[in-house]
Design a binder for this molecule. Structure first.
Ligand code: GLN
Length: 267
């Protein structure tokens, strides 16, 4: 069977795009040039691999875990079920942060997961010094791999929020777990089944990590330092309230591209 014939077979399926990605991976072919290879014959071995992966896709496994890669801000990241698949909302956080991070700043990414925020910032702004933390050793392993792959020098620490040996940050950025236990139960089964609960679940009605980060941040930031968060769409007021309790002033309130409350900045 040729590439074109195989693609044609699935052209009406909802997962057509994901199917094309599976094929690109097997052919080691950039997505945009797949259509140039339509005449190519697929070997039996390749077809067999394709059908194995296709079965996983039909089982609702995210394509990013099947191919082990995700695209974020135009960069390529390795992902595994140990880390959350990067979301487009987080690209919005990066875009906003870039407008506020001063030159040569020392930046801390808390709960880096696959390292997307830290690696993207360092790639776009080589002047920055990046420190990134995660509680999960297996997530950090992937983050380090992503930093190496994208040629980024980043200091990683396995720790619960803040690194012990570093402070005087100019900027803290975080997309922490923010799904409350009751919302977690209502999540799409696809997310619950495949993505790491550790990266999603947050006690205190989804607010525990905002509270803990804000509480300690004064001792970790320089006096003029800033904190930027991504958050759940019903958490804006609660986080502002928490931040004010700890003496922070709100300097940024923004929605995501879908129009949901999603980003906050404090000084
Ligand atoms: N910081 C990572 C991201 O934005 C991981 C987030 C998380 O696991 N909660 O994708």
């Amino acid at each position: 069977m040729t590439v074109g014939a195989l693609l044609n077979k699935y052209r009406k399926e909802a997962e057509y795009h994901d199917i094309s990605l599976l094929l690109c991976e097997l052919l080691d072919c950039p997505f945009l040039t797949l259509s140039l290879r339509k005449e190519e014959e697929l070997s039996d071995r390749l077809l067999e691999n394709f059908y194995t992966n296709y079965a996983r896709l039909r089982n609702k496994e995210p394509v990013q875990y099947i191919i082990g890669k995700a695209c974020f801000y135009g960069l390529e990241f390795s992902v595994s079920p140990e880390v959350l698949i990067p979301r487009p909302e987080t690209e919005g956080l990066i875009e906003l942060a870039l407008q506020f991070i001063p030159e040569n700043a020392k930046v801390l990414d808390i709960g880096t997961g696959s390292g997307t925020i830290a690696v993207t910032l360092k790639t776009l702004r080589p002047d920055l010094t990046l420190v990134a933390t995660d509680i999960s050793a297996s997530a950090l392993k992937i983050a380090k791999q992503n930093a190496d792959y994208n040629n980024c020098a980043i200091s990683f620490y396995q720790t619960d929020l803040y690194p012990e040996t570093e402070d005087s940050f100019d900027f803290i950025i975080s997309n922490p777990p923010y799904i409350s236990p009751s919302d977690y139960a209502k999540l799409d089964t696809r997310i619950k089944e495949y993505e790491p609960k550790l990266a999603l679940w947050a006690e205190e009605n989804g607010l525990i990590f905002y509270r803990r980060i804000l509480k300690e941040a004064k001792s970790k930031l320089k006096p003029e330092g800033l904190i930027f968060f991504e958050h759940g769409d019903e958490q804006r007021q609660n986080i502002i309230h928490l931040a004010e309790t700890y003496g922070w002033e709100t300097i940024l309130i923004k929605d995501d591209l879908a129009g949901y409350p999603r980003y906050l900045g404090f000084k």
